[in-house]
Design a protein around this ligand. Structure first.
Ligand code: HEM
Length: 146
């Protein structure tokens, strides 16, 4: 993926406005509530069987922060997204056996969580750039699936 200077600064600007400790837990809860089949991968998280349980589950919240922190690496090294996530792609494929369709669903939940938070600040151009960025990460997470 090629990035213009404008896209680079836009991705950084959006990321600076995101509070990982707030958006991370929200994103993970959204994924589990909106796409309930994703629950199957998180057998070690305890009770995630109702909306209330998901929203109050500390492991869900902590994992949301882990995922968002991992995305932060791509923000600061946007030209090496594929390299950065090669190991993570292998982990999700070989060990976690996550169906790769779910990566895009998680990316979309990030866009929605960010949109709820930033409101008008996330104008169409910013949304397009955030989506381009997240889909580049999705592509990288797909890269080791064979
Ligand atoms: C673990 C990132 C999407 C399921 C992880 C870890 C990271 C990560 C950094 C921790 C790896 C480690 O401990 O070494 C991401 C990113 C994603 C993504 C950046 C997409 C943007 C998904 C999706 C699912 C998933 C869509 C399933 C629906 C898991 C599971 C674990 C994990 C089950 C292990 C959790 C645990 O037992 O603590 N992921 N992930 N991931 N991920 Fe993902």
């Amino acid at each position: 993926t090629q990035w213009t200077d404008k896209e680079r600064s836009m991705v950084s600007a959006i990321w600076e406005k995101i509070n990982i400790d707030e958006i991370g837990p929200e994103v993970m809860a959204r994924v589990l509530i909106v796409y309930p089949w994703t629950e199957r991968y998180f057998g070690t998280f305890g009770d995630i069987f109702t909306t209330t349980a998901i929203l109050n589950n500390a492991k869900v919240a902590a994992h949301g922060k882990v995922v968002l922190k991992a995305l932060g690496k791509a923000v600061t090294d946007i030209d090496n997204i594929r390299t950065i996530y090669a190991d993570l792609s292998r982990l999700h494929y070989e060990e976690l056996q996550v169906d790769p369709d779910n990566f895009r669903l998680l990316a979309d939940c990030i866009i929605i969580a960010v949109a709820c938070k930033l409101r008008n600040t996330l104008d169409p151009q910013s949304q397009a750039t955030l989506q381009k960025f997240l889909y580049a990460v999705v592509e990288a997470l797909n890269s080791q699936y064979c």
